[in-house]
Ligand binder design. Structure first.
Ligand SMILES: [Mg+2]
Length: 269
């Protein structure tokens, strides 16, 4: 009788493991590394405070720049990225972790079509403040153009200003945002750029081939907190490409080994 009981217990345990990818061995879940990053983003007050800090700096910078007499021929604008800048997509990361699935454009579309992302802390207040000062907002994002309608719906429902076709520039053929920034510059004087990826500010910063791009960031250090406003995102970003750079296609285990290898430890300082 006891043998049968244990056999059922083991079988049901195996069944549960098959049903829930989170129960698999750590190395088999491709999103294990995202758990702490996503928890920090969603549950650490420090993350929330950093968003407020960034948008408070943006407000100060805007006031300072508006006080300087300038060329009045162009209307003034703020350029913001969307994901993890004004919209919080962390529930998508949670979903990926719980499903045990790597990123896919189909899964991302499923999320963006829901138009349920929440505003990041302080974003709405800042952009409404800019609007009250006669400053327009342009949304430059690497969401695909097929997501235009749902993205605008999401922004509009949250009350974001200038959430219309004339103020949104999504990705067509390149994730580099220079052409789209230049397009805004033709008609508007850009006072502030906000984003969670340094590529949101200047194309020069896209190049991380040498020492993770640190030198490039150092060369522009005076602009951060002024014209450039950075938001925290530990979950993903272009920075990962440099971490996972390899000549071959990596599986989940190999990626995890590379992440550990890229850490700075006693030997590397
Ligand atoms: Mg972003």
């Amino acid at each position: 009788m006891r043998k049968i009981f244990f056999a059922i217990l083991i079988a049901s345990g195996l069944f549960a493991c098959q049903q829930n990818p989170a129960n698999k061995k750590d190395s088999q879940n491709p999103n294990e590394h995202l758990v702490m990053a996503t928890l920090w983003y969603q549950r650490a007050s420090e993350c929330r405070a950093l968003y407020y800090q960034a948008f408070n700096a943006a407000k100060l910078s805007l006031d300072k720049q508006l006080a300087i007499p300038s060329d009045k021929s162009k209307p003034k604008a703020v350029v913001v990225d969307i994901d993890e800048t004004v919209l919080d997509n962390s529930p998508f990361e949670t979903n990926s972790i719980r499903r045990g699935k790597s990123y896919s454009s189909a899964a991302w579309k499923e999320w963006t079509d829901m138009a349920k992302a929440q505003a990041t802390p302080g974003a709405l207040e800042f952009l409404k403040y800019a609007e009250s000062k006669g400053v327009e907002t342009f949304y430059i994002s690497n969401r695909d153009t097929t997501a235009t309608k749902k993205t605008l719906q999401n922004l509009k429902e949250l009350g974001f200003p200038f959430a219309d076709e004339a103020h949104i520039l999504l990705k067509t053929n390149t994730s580099v945002k220079t052409v789209r920034r230049n397009k805004v510059s033709e008609t508007h004087d850009i006072l502030i750029l906000a984003g969670d990826n340094v590529g949101d500010f200047d194309e020069i910063l896209e190049d991380r081939s040498e020492n993770y791009g640190f030198g490039k960031v150092d060369s522009m250090k005076d602009l951060f907190g002024g014209k450039f406003i950075v938001l925290p995102n530990p979950m993903y970003g272009s920075w990962e490409r440099q971490i996972l750079k390899s000549d071959k296609k990596l599986n989940a285990d190999e990626k995890e080994k590379l992440r550990v290898k890229r850490l700075v430890g006693y030997e590397e300082i």
